[in-house]
Design a protein around this ligand. Structure first.
Ligand code: ATP
Ligand code: MG
Length: 413
């Protein structure tokens, strides 16, 4: 038996309804702040991600689905959305538009990871990017928007942590300092952390083994090394979040998987999730555009995992589908009349379903009841009887009286 590939899943109709609800809320929350939707290709030139996400990241080192397109060009299924959106910004000359350009997406992404609850090989993210503004209001507004989206969707146990990474120059100096510190304590570190001291010493903050954690408690912190203008930017972001009544924790050890971040960094987690507690995160990426050969342009954004939002949101109230009319057949010979009645009902704006399974008349009525049809039209050779399923009232009509009768009834109720 052929099954869905490991780490993938089918979105069945009940789940699709919850996703539609998420999409509507995202469109509402982000649309109100002037964000407009964008969709980029599902695969891109591999170089976009090696450059734009960074060679030292888990994503590039272990998680990309990369293939040859048959003509010697290396392509990669998109593992994230920021680099593609920035590529599109450059490619379409969006720097000529009023800045910042505010975009949002809801798309699927691909990472070769060990599948578990909340971690898949194809998953969906809702994301927002504001490109062309360095103002702290942009960072704070983006954080507020994600907080509001999670709130609107009823995500439980939400926690926000924020930090600042400063500039790449400060980071480089700090990295050297941290490398020195890690080397001084090499014996206590896990082999994995030790192996990464040169490549990415910041990742030591992410380690879960006791030895490394103990060393990291007293490690120098980047937040204490920020340049004055970066520290000021961060202070303004925090003040705006305070004004907005958004609660957050400062986590000087917050380190994200992506290498291109500058200044503000944030993550929303939920304790309704297990080990994979990250719901969404993002930050500022003022140097990414140059890495992609674009004009120097500041940017800020976030991405949140759709499956993790839904896992931590519990029951989302969704509206049941309304069925105004179920068209049933009293005999085999009325197929064309019944078919055209259902068609005309839909053209008149009603939700109408036609019997398609050859059930007995009793079976058809039971089915109409099960799907919650408001009316059932039983099409016979002599005429049509229309049954109001709420009142039980039944009228004998000619086929062309059926729709006006339902429409009159709908207006009365
Ligand atoms: P994690 O630490 O859980 O691996 P990450 O740092 O790789 O997360 P990001 O790249 O920042 O995550 O992606 C943003 C969000 O996308 C995450 O917070 C999570 O909700 C979701 N996400 C990331 N990877 C996956 C995945 N493999 N399956 C499902 N959702 C994912
Ligand atoms: Mg990850």
């Amino acid at each position: 038996m052929i099954q869905a590939p490991k780490g993938t899943f089918d979105v069945l109709p009940d789940d699709a309804v919850r996703r539609e609800r998420l999409e509507r809320e995202a469109a509402r929350v982000l649309g109100a702040a002037g964000y407009r939707r964008i969709e980029t290709p599902a695969f891109e030139a591999t170089e976009l991600f090696t450059r734009g996400v960074g060679e030292a990241t888990d994503i590039v080192q272990k998680e990309m689905y990369t293939f040859d397109d048959g003509g010697g060009r290396s392509l990669t299924l998109r593992p994230e959305g920021t680099a593609p959106v920035c590529r599109a910004y450059i490619e379409h000359g969006m720097h000529k538009l009023p800045q910042p350009v505010k975009l949002w997406y809801l798309s699927s992404f691909f990472r070769a990871e060990a599948p578990q609850r909340g971690r898949y090989r194809q998953f969906w993210q809702v994301g927002a990017e504001a490109i062309g503004s360095a103002s702290p209001e942009t960072d704070a507004e983006l954080i507020v928007l994600l907080a509001e989206l999670l709130e609107a969707l009823g995500v439980r146990g939400v926690k926000l942590t924020i930090s600042s990474l400063g500039s790449p120059e400060t980071r480089a100096e700090y990295r050297d300092e941290l490398r020195g510190y890690l080397r001084d304590h090499e014996q206590q570190l896990s082999p994995e952390v030790r192996g990464r001291i040169d490549l990415n010493p910041l990742r030591a903050f992410d380690a879960s083994d006791r030895g490394t954690r103990e060393v990291m408690r007293d490690a120098p912190k980047l937040l204490d090394r920020l340049a004055p203008e970066d520290a000021e930017h961060f202070a303004q972001v925090r003040a705006l979040l305070d004004d907005a009544g958004i609660h957050y924790e400062l986590d000087p050890a917050l380190v994200r998987g992506l290498d291109y971040y500058t200044r503000t960094l944030f993550e929303f987690s939920s304790d309704a999730l297990g080990a994979q507690s990250g719901v969404g995160g993002g930050g500022r990426y003022d140097r990414l555009m140059e890495l992609l050969d674009g004009p120097r342009t500041p940017g800020c954004g976030w991405a949140a995992g759709v499956e993790r939002i839904l896992l931590s949101a519990g029951e989302l109230p969704v509206q049941a589908d309304v069925v105004d009319l179920f068209v049933s057949l009293a005999s085999d010979d009325v197929g064309r009349t019944a078919f055209s009645l259902a068609l005309q009902a839909r053209r008149a704006g009603l939700n109408a379903q036609l019997e398609l399974a050859g059930r007995s008349l009793r079976g058809q009525l039971r089915h109409a009841d099960r799907i919650g049809a408001r009316y059932v039209a039983i099409v016979g050779e002599e005429g049509t009887s229309l049954k109001n399923m709420e009142t039980g009232e039944q009228l004998e009509l000619s086929p062309n009286e059926v729709i006006p009768t339902i429409l009159r009834g709908s207006r009365l109720s």
